[in-house]
Design a protein around this ligand. Structure first.
Ligand SMILES: *Cc1c(COP(=O)(O)O)cnc(C)c1O
Length: 424
């Protein structure tokens, strides 16, 4: 099936007389006829639902849809994107291990890795997404256990050379994990370019309506964990009667272990209600992404035209031919990248503030990537505590405006921008 059909049809096939729409199974528990029947589930000898912290029929249907969309063998949904990032690393790393990570990542992921996971004893090396293959190869150590990056980064909109990062990771016997939140599987399927694990904040385009937090981790099933580096997958797990995940679950080893181990112990499960809402979003994902990208392209081109008029200093959008990521974006996302555009308003911080005040349709929110056009001036919001010099150092200039283009009628979005630019 084509990806557009999968958005609607995958994951759930009702039997005779069953509900056509994935039902919300609002139950924490599941009944069995005997203790032995339930015991087999706990021993991982039989498949079935026994407690919603581990698996739930609504969540299960949506997990199967997302696994199919990304071309993976198993998906595990989490309560948020942050939980998905945490699980993707903790599933294969422990104190004393090392991770190589692109520096162009979401700020929340950076804090999670650089503070919380570092405090737990996992070491991180951050590298430029534009690092050469030769230099990237030099960053691997004996204890490196994975490489992490974002297809298209939030908010800097850098594009990851997935094939190159995967090639280096594989040459050193470790997997590449890709956060595919901004591109979505409609615009890019990292597994087709060599990524081994794909994760998402489903809170963004996948839900697309800004109503349900969620995350997901998808296992491609392609990585060979039997190379001596991953005893947690390839040696007996004493907390599960000595099961060896790679022997018992084959290609789904990483995904099953995430569920039976991390979800059991940490419990960051997505709720059935949120999974139901997410599924409604997924059904129109391919329609919405097309419009997000077309609208964002029009906004980016209009803003670029305002540079000559002295209203705008610069525009960053991978769909612009002038953009440093244009060629990479064309290779990995030929049908469009995402709906987020960033630009600098003339007059620096003060100009950006005046521009923001002039907007009516575009709402000032911290969220990105949903149906409604929204806008953020990081220097006066998320990065407020930083000085101008500190802002420059982390690539968020005082004049930077992050504009998340929605799916409204483009004429109305452009009229809103034109009116706001009159203030500048
Ligand atoms: C928002 C975001 C996250 C975190 O997701 P939450 O659902 O907010 O926890 C992770 N990665 C990227 C790229 C994001 O944009």
């Amino acid at each position: 099936m084509h990806i557009n059909t999968k958005c609607i049809q995958s994951g759930y096939t009702p039997a005779n007389g069953e509900p056509r729409v994935v039902p919300i199974v609002q139950s924490t528990t599941y009944k069995y006829e005997s203790s032995d029947a339930m015991g087999d589930l706990f021993d991982l000898k039989a498949e079935g639902f026994f407690y919603t912290r581990l698996a739930n029929p609504t969540v299960d249907a949506v997990e199967k849809k997302i696994a199919d969309l990304e071309g993976g063998v198993i998906a595990v949904m989490t309560s948020s994107g942050q939980a998905a990032s945490t699980f993707s690393i903790l599933n294969i790393c422990k104190a004393g291990d090392h991770v190589i990570c692109s520096s162009a990542i979401y700020g929340g992921t950076f804090n999670l890795f650089n503070k919380t996971l570092r405090d737990l004893g996992i070491d991180f090396t951050f590298v430029s997404p534009y690092i050469s293959e030769e230099d990237l190869n030099k960053e691997f150590k004996e204890n490196t256990r994975c490489v992490f990056g974002e297809t298209i980064s939030n908010p800097s909109l850098d594009v990851l050379d997935i094939e190159m990062f995967a090639r280096c990771a594989h040459a050193h016997g470790v997997p590449l994990i890709v956060d595919n939140t901004f591109a979505t599987p409609v615009n890019c399927r990292p597994i087709e370019f060599g990524a081994d694990i794909v994760m998402h904040s489903t809170t963004k385009y996948m839900d697309g309506h800004a109503c349900a937090l969620g995350g997901v981790v998808v296992d491609s099933g392609n990585f060979n964990w039997n190379n001596g580096k991953y005893p947690m997958l390839a040696e007996p797990d004493e907390s599960y009667h000595g099961v060896i995940y790679t022997e018992h679950f084959g290609k789904a080893a990483y995904g099953v272990k995430m569920r039976t181990h991390l979800m059991r112990d940490i419990g960051a499960m997505q709720s059935p209600q949120n999974a139901f809402l997410l599924n409604l979003g997924l059904e129109t994902l391919f329609l919405r992404m097309e419009r997000h990208c077309a609208n964002a392209q029009a906004v980016a081109e209009f803003m670029e035209s305002q540079i000559a008029a002295g209203k705008v200093s610069w525009v960053n959008y991978p769909g612009l031919q002038s953009n440093k990521n244009y060629e990479l974006a064309k290779k990995y996302m030929p049908n469009g990248s995402c709906g987020v555009v960033s630009f600098g308003i003339a007059g620096g911080r003060a100009g950006a503030v005046r521009f923001m005040e002039g907007l009516k349709l575009a709402a000032i929110v911290t969220h990105v990537a949903d149906a409604r056009t929204c806008v953020l001036h990081p220097a006066s919001a998320t990065h407020r505590q930083m000085t101008d010099a500190e802002l420059e150092a982390c690539g968020v200039t005082p004049d930077l405006v992050r504009f998340s283009v929605g799916i409204e009628y483009i004429g109305d979005i452009l009229d809103d921008i034109k009116r706001a630019l009159e203030n500048v």
